[in-house]
Structures are given as structure tokens and as C-alpha cells.
Design a protein around this ligand. Structure first.
Ligand code: SF4
Length: 442
């Protein structure tokens, strides 16, 4: 089997349906998404080689129930979720292309009534059962208590249960504990992207125990971020009281200081945002570096359910992988990740496989690397570009990253590569004057 088959776990664009109070367009996208088929179309129109590399498509939904005299919601934490039509479409994709739809219930606060109240518990099981009837066989579930009761496993024997990355499973013991609770797909903590030694141990044991492993390929959060617990728990309430996401509100006193100027969804030329130490994403600067990770895990997960990935698509648009410079002077399109890899030029993590669609028009003639002239152009381009990956300090940094464990205070290879003064912690950035003009909370 080719090593890219069913490799990537990708997000569904859960941006069409609002599930919290507040303005409809709290994400602030320019275009209103009225066509609920846009995701279905871009996947259906994609090349089969693109679809062959998709392990699953995950989406959010919420269970609404009555308790204590109030109507409550449990499940999705983003404030947006897939519409009924989109869920139908996901099951159509599953049926047609053998790409599992994967329900995501990743709320980090777990109301006690799910365990203590029989009606709520049964209602929740019935709700999952409706998805099961429609064909759902994969589900992320953060509720350890429910998994511990065994009720879900008993009611849905064919379901594959995934833990959430927010369980921070970062060593073998934690993984073994979750397997014994009934999880059969283990999503590893993001810290393992920078801890090859432990990743190897976990990979070996996951294989021994016949469970599937997933590593986050894209991750923009600060390693061991001190704001993370608060971020994960407040998101549903920020949505309902402010009608906005975390990134339009509380992040102005946390990660917007060292990340993008406006929010994570906008473009940024802010230098600190380029530093690998700002997140833990896999840096696949070469094919060998990709292989090193790929040999150890079954899937790579890309985050981004709320990103405007396929916004602007037309009914005939299709998903693909692309490399695009911010001035758009250099654009290359690949139909699959294998084509990116086979190009042999490295820079694999700079290609975007879940955020680009194109329409079968001039784009193909101009940018498709299947065309030998474009391919030659791409090879020449990557050979000649000035990039930090190619400098002595950059090569040193890339070599260190897979096992550096993000002890940046004592390392500083990232700052050396990017020509920045050493600093101990990201939280030091922009504590004083406000050079990037983030919106202050006074
Ligand atoms: S500064 Fe060092 S420890 Fe921190 S991310 Fe870069 S290479 Fe890793």
C-alpha cells in the first residue's frame, strides 16, 4: 500500500451554522456561505489521488437537552457546526469514497448530569444512535466518565472511539490507560512533535496493542501554553456572551501578543509568528523528515474547522494541495500530497492541503506540477529560493526540532535561525509597547 494512503485526518468546514447566541458571522468572513454543498463539491471534484489520502473528515455537532428547568447544549465547543445538509453530505462522501465521517464531541467541561441523570444519559445515547443509524462509525469523545461506564461501547459496538488531543496524551502510560477505557484511536499530544524519543515508544506500543495513532501536523498554540486550560473551557461561553471566538476576544491578552496582528484567521507578516517555537507543528523541511514521523504514526491531523478553507469556492472547484507565496507571484498546485513528496524539493510543510481549492480554469494550465514545464519551474524555484531552512542556523534548528522538547529558554536555536534576540518565554513578547497594534483590553 502506498505510504500516503488514508494518511490525513481533515476538518470539515463547520462555518455555515451558528449554534450560539450572537452575530451570525462572528468569524468575520467576507463572504456569506450560503451554499451548503460547497464542502461536498470540493471533495467530490478533487482528484481521486487526493481523496485516497484522506483518513477521515471530522465535524462538530451538539446535543441539546433539558435539565434543571433549562435548555442546555453539550458537544461542540466552537460555536459553529455542520448543518443537517452538510452531515448528510458527509455520509454521502463516506458511502461513495470510503472516507469516514467522524463526529467530534470535544467539550472539556462535562456536566455531571450525563452520569447522574438517567434521562440525560439515555437522551445522549439516543442522539449518538441517530448518527450511528446514518452510518457513523468514528467519534471523538472527550467525556472519560461516559467511556468509563462502558455504555457507549455497549450501545455502539462498531464505533471507533477517538480521544481528543486536549487529553494531552504524551506518554505510553497515558495511552495505555485510555486504551483500557475503550479508546481505539489515540490522538497524541502535540508535544510529541518535538519529542521523538517518546513518540517512538508510543508508536511501538500502539502497534503492539493494535490501536491507531494520530499526530497533529498543524498546531499554532504555544507549547505548554499557560492559557490553554482557560482557552479550552471558556470557548463556548465566549461564543454565547460575546458572539465571537476566543481569538476575537481573550486572545488579545494572550496569544495575539505573539501571534497574528488581528486573529489567527487573518494573514500576518509578524515575524514572531514564523518561529517554530511559537507552535509545535511538524516541520517537514525534507522528505526524510516527513518519513521520520510517517513511519511512527498512522495519521496526521490537520486542525481548522473554523477556518475559511474553501470560502470562495464555486460548484466546480476542487480541493488540492498548493504552495503559494503571500504576493501570489509563485503558485504551484499538486493533486495529492504524494505529488508534493515526489517533487523531491522539500518544504513539504509549506504546502497547504486543506486550505486551497481551485477551479478548473486557467489555474491548472498555469500552476499544475503535473505539467512538465511547471514542474521544472517548481524545482528551480525551490532550488533557488532564500529560505531559513537552507541557512546553517536554519538547518541546525530543523535538525533539533523533532527532539528539542520545546525547552526554548535554554536552546534559542529558533531565534538564531531567524536572526532575533534570545528571549526566554513567548509571554514576554509585546508586554510593553504595542508595536503590532493588537486591540488592548483595558
Ligand atoms: S528554540 Fe530550540 S527548543 Fe525552542 S522550538 Fe526552537 S529548536 Fe526547539
Amino acid at each position: 500500500m502506498n505510504k500516503f494512503a488514508k494518511k490525513f485526518s481533515i476538518p470539515h468546514n463547520d462555518i455555515a451554522k451558528i449554534v450560539m447566541d450572537g452575530p451570525d458571522n462572528f468569524l468575520g468572513y467576507d463572504e456569506k456561505l450560503e451554499d451548503e454543498n460547497f464542502f461536498y463539491n470540493v471533495i467530490t471534484n478533487a482528484d481521486q489521488s487526493y481523496r485516497d489520502e484522506i483518513a477521515d473528515i471530522y465535524f462538530g455537532s451538539s446535543f441539546i437537552y433539558e435539565y434543571g428547568g433549562t435548555t442546555r447544549r453539550y458537544g461542540d465547543v466552537m460555536g459553529k457546526e455542520a448543518t443537517e445538509k452538510q452531515i448528510d453530505n458527509l455520509f454521502k462522501i463516506q458511502e461513495k469514497y470510503d472516507i469516514p465521517a467522524s463526529l467530534t464531541i470535544n467539550q472539556e467541561s462535562h456536566p455531571v448530569e450525563f452520569i447522574m441523570d438517567e434521562d440525560v444519559r439515555n437522551g445522549f445515547i439516543k442522539w449518538i444512535g441517530e448518527f450511528y443509524e446514518r452510518g457513523l462509525r468514528m467519534c471523538t469523545i472527550s467525556n472519560m466518565d461516559l467511556m468509563s461506564t462502558g455504555l457507549l461501547q455497549e450501545n455502539f459496538p462498531e464505533m471507533q472511539w477517538k480521544n481528543t488531543v486536549n487529553h494531552i496524551v504524551s506518554n505510553v502510560q497515558q495511552m495505555v490507560d485510555l486504551i483500557n477505557l475503550g479508546y481505539n484511536i489515540i490522538q497524541f499530544d502535540r508535544s510529541l512533535n518535538r519529542n521523538m524519543t517518546e513518540l517512538r515508544r508510543m508508536s511501538k506500543e500502539a502497534k503492539n496493542r493494535g490501536v491507531k495513532s494520530i499526530l497533529l501536523a498543524s498546531e499554532g498554540c504555544m507549547p505548554y501554553c499557560p492559557f490553554k486550560t482557560e482557552h479550552d473551557t471558556v470557548q463556548p461561553w465566549v461564543g454565547s456572551t460575546e458572539g465571537k471566538s476566543y481569538f476575537g476576544t481573550l486572545s488579545t491578552i494572550s496569544c495575539n501578543k505573539w501571534r497574528a496582528k488581528d486573529d489567527i484567521f487573518g494573514g500576518s507578516t509578524f515575524l514572531f509568528e514564523s518561529l517554530p517555537r511559537i507552535g509545535t507543528q511538524c516541520e517537514w523541511d525534507t522528505n526524510e523528515r516527513f518519513d521520520m514521523y510517517n513511519d511512527l504514526v498512522d495519521n496526521f491531523k490537520f486542525s481548522g474547522r473554523l477556518m475559511d478553507l474553501y470560502g470562495g469556492s464555486k460548484p466546480e472547484s476542487y480541493a488540492c494541495w498548493s504552495y503559494k507565496t503571500s504576493d501570489r507571484k509563485n503558485i504551484f498546485i499538486a493533486r495529492s500530497f504524494k505529488e508534493v513528496y515526489d517533487l523531491g524539493t522539500g518544504f513539504l510543510s509549506q504546502w497547504n492541503g486543506r486550505g486551497y481549492v481551485t477551479t478548473d480554469s486557467d489555474d491548472l494550465k498555469r500552476y499544475d506540477i503535473r505539467n512538465s514545464n511547471i514542474r521544472k519551474k517548481a524545482v528551480k524555484y525551490f532550488d533557488q529560493i532564500d529560505h531559513i531552512y537552507k541557512t546553517e542556523a536554519g538547518i541546525k534548528m530543523c535538525k533539533a526540532l523533532p527532539n528539542c522538547k520545546n525547552q526554548c529558554w535554554d536552546c534559542h536555536l529558533c531565534e538564531d535561525a531567524y536572526g532575533l534576540e534570545h528571549f526566554d518565554s513567548l509571554v514576554q513578547i509585546n508586554r510593553g509597547p504595542n508595536p503590532i497594534e493588537y486591540k488592548e483590553i483595558l
